[in-house]
Design a protein around this ligand. Structure first.
Ligand code: DGJ
Length: 692
């Protein structure tokens, strides 16, 4: 049994973890336990009670409530806050009943006075060691209820002292920087107010007591499957308890729950491990891969024309690039921005999704056929959510953009955002891109989104206009989901000026993510490593471009991209014969190792966040084959480089490392390690093979 009921409540058990909760004597739903799975049912502690509370400290301050609603004397961060039609802003929940199945638990509550019903949904991902939580609220009354905060979950690590919070922060061109800080007393708020997941913070978190490292130690971790405004509230309370709440951002949020309607939150996921940050990441990697639209497929090596041509796209120019790309072993040729009507620069064309008649006088088909004749598949870039004021679409429908009528429409990159909360806008986009995909043999689409929101107005909204934040994201999912269902063979890439939309929900639509517009290899090392905290290499598209050409060896640039989904993005027409030969060699090599990189277990051996010498390893699930990458950026000489201690090997099996003398036991490679004498800006890649 994965979910058990006892007289104390419910115990949710995954392969290695357990999470216990119960209604305590005072009627609060509280967490009893979260950590290693214990042998016996009666090993799990009884629900805590709020003993000894005083007039300044109610039960809300003292209890690890599973889903605290704002009610009574509660000053800690609640998950739920609503206003009833009579102005009452206090929600008193009473437990009604539980529904238990093999891997789901539903706990039903209602407000003691108002006809508001709340269900907490738990789903166990048993083999993945993850718990998924979401919440739905139903208005069973006759008057509307305004929802002001409806988070997906609150998680409580055990109350044992202070915790460190690991999270990812950054900005455009510098995403996924790992931060690991002790939580201060009070509330730490991480969020997006940008309409997308954002480059600036990502909803992934990990908590530890300061003793965890990559390989060992207890880590409580999680993330949110949502591609819009989100909030993470990490609170250390006055009584030294730590809790993390995750959900749709309540900033500028309101949702009018009309009679008979139900609002359901996105899912939050969390897990526990005693295998350190590395094991936490591998847990998420496995889960993400298992739920991708084409998770069992290895990704093709693509060429993307953006950095080579910018908007200067033409049939002849693209055909020339395609010819070189094919000769190097590239498998998929992607035309980026600039192919559609009037798109000479970024100030026109977005919204008019037909091939530019000057650049492509006979449409896209001749280029597509040419690419296919070269043995490659064809892919294309689109930016569905955007419109340039200089476009036929905007001239016809100026009312379709997000705006406040009395305010200027602030453009960014000369573009405005279509209001995808509107079903007419969604339907229009579905029609446009359905036709594009139906009329052309397109196997790959890069869906881009190149600005953040301003003036978040929804003129003539049929409902509460602040629902925009959520309905927009639901609109993106509807358009994307419809296109994906109609064209199931297409592989999609999520891009938002790089890694601005990377989350578990978009990865139900997209197969991979464009991690950053920063393609300079030494900077990428850190960006890619940060990304790996939550996401597997299988979804990490990484191009070799001309950034750093002349300073950083091409081989180094290849090795960085080969630790994800290898792609090319340089101007191949300017590459010398030597450069092309190097590229062809590493493309061929990558084809041999890509199954290990994309589907294997990933180990961060030496962190690029910590220093100038870093290493990353991937092992197949059987622990027979692996690959290790090492990179030295810049260190003064003389320098003694640390040994690279491998991970994930079978201790008493024997392994050889290609290019390194000697067969050694897994234990020797893991304990003593491998020494690589790299000079500045040198890198290495070695395959690992089990011999017995
Ligand atoms: C931003 C993307 O991240 C780039 O790769 C490229 O597609 C440009 N947009 C095109 O406008």
């Amino acid at each position: 049994m994965t979910i058990m009921s006892d007289d104390q409540g419910w115990i949710l058990q995954t392969a290695h973890t357990a999470y216990a909760l119960a209604i305590n004597e005072a009627g609060y739903l509280v967490q009893r336990y979260w950590g290693a799975r214990l042998p016996h049912q009666d090993d799990y502690p009884p629900p805590p009670e709020a003993d000894g509370w005083a007039s300044f400290n109610g039960p809300g301050q003292l209890l690890p409530e599973e889903y605290p609603a704002y009610a009574g004397p509660k000053y800690v961060e609640p998950c739920l806050k609503v206003t009833f039609a009579d102005g009452v802003r206090d929600t008193v929940l009473q437990f009604e009943r539980a529904e238990v199945s093999e891997d789901t638990l539903e706990l039903h509550f209602h407000d003691v006075h108002y006809p508001l019903h709340l269900t907490l949904h738990y789903r166990l991902h048993t083999t993945d060691d993850l718990i998924e939580r979401s919440v739905s609220l139903t208005n069973a009354g006759a008057t509307p209820i305004t929802l002001e905060r409806v988070l997906s979950a609150q998680w409580h690590p055990p109350q044992r002292g202070k915790y460190r919070l690991s999270h990812l922060a950054g900005r455009w061109l510098d995403e996924f920087r790992l931060h690991r800080d002790w939580l201060p007393h009070g509330v730490t708020r991480l969020e997006s107010r940008r309409l997308t997941t954002s480059h600036h913070h990502n909803p992934w978190f990990a908590l530890d007591d300061g003793r965890a490292n990559e390989d060992d130690g207890e880590v409580w971790f999680g993330t949110l499957a949502w591609s819009g405004n989100w909030v993470l509230l990490a609170e250390e309370t006055d009584f030294g308890a730590t809790r993390v709440s995750l959900g749709i951002n309540d900033w500028d949020f309101a949702w009018l729950l009309e009679p008979g309607e139900t609002f359901t939150t996105p899912s939050a996921y969390a897990g526990w491990t005693d295998g350190g940050f590395g094991a936490a990441s591998r847990t998420l990697h496995d889960y993400v891969r298992a739920h991708l639209p084409h998770g069992d497929q290895l990704h093709a090596i693509l060429y993307n024309s953006w950095e080579a041509t910018l908007f200067d796209v033409s049939e002849a120019g693209q055909a020339q690039l395609a010819e070189v790309a094919a000769s190097l072993g590239v498998e998929l040729f992607v035309v980026d921005d600039g192919w559609f009507k009037s798109r000479l620069w970024d100030n026109a064309g977005l919204g008019d999704w037909t091939p530019d008649p000057v650049k492509f006088p006979h449409g896209l088909t001749p280029l597509i056929e040419g690419v296919k004749a070269l043995g490659m598949e064809f892919g294309i870039w689109i930016e569905p959510e955007m419109v340039n004021p200089d476009s036929d679409l905007y001239r016809a429908h100026p009312d379709w953009v997000i705006n406040f009528p009395t305010r200027a429409r602030t453009t960014a990159r000369s573009q405005l955002i279509l209001n995808l909360a509107r079903t007419d806008v969604q339907d229009y986009l579905i029609t446009q891109f359905d036709a594009l995909l139906r009329d052309h043999d397109i196997r790959f689409v890069k869906w881009d989104m190149n600005r953040n929101i301003s003036e978040p107005g929804w003129p003539a909204a049929p409902r509460e206009p602040r629902e925009l934040w959520v309905r927009y994201v639901q609109g993106v999912y509807r358009v994307w989901g419809t296109l994906r269902a109609r064209h199931p063979h297409v592989i999609w890439q999520s891009c938002s000026g790089g890694g601005g939309r990377a989350d578990l929900a978009i990865l139900r639509h997209a197969d991979q993510i464009w991690v950053s517009d920063n393609t300079e290899a030494t900077a990428r090392l850190r960006i890619q490593e940060g990304f790996s905290q939550c996401f597997p290499a299988q979804v990490m598209e990484a191009w070799v471009t001309d950034a750093g050409r002349g300073q950083v060896p091409l081989e180094f640039r290849f090795h960085v991209s080969m630790s994800g989904v290898l792609g090319l993005g340089g101007n191949l027409l300017q590459w010398s014969d030597d450069e092309r030969a190097t590229a062809a060699r590493w493309i061929a090599y990558y084809k041999q190792i890509r199954a290990i990189v994309q589907l294997g277990d990933q180990y961060r051996l030496l962190s690029a966040h910590d220093g100038q010498f870093s290493a990353m390893q991937y092992m197949d699930k059987e622990r027979n084959h692996g690959v290790v990458f090492a990179y030295r950026v810049w260190l003064p000489d003389p320098t003694i480089l640390p040994p690279i201690r491998l991970r994930g090997l079978i201790p008493d099996a024997h392994y050889e490392i290609q290019g390194i003398d000697g067969e050694r036991s897994g234990l020797a490679w893991m304990r003593d390690g491998l020494r690589l004498p790299l000079a500045n800006l040198e890198s290495a890649v070695h395959t690992i093979r089990r011999l017995d």
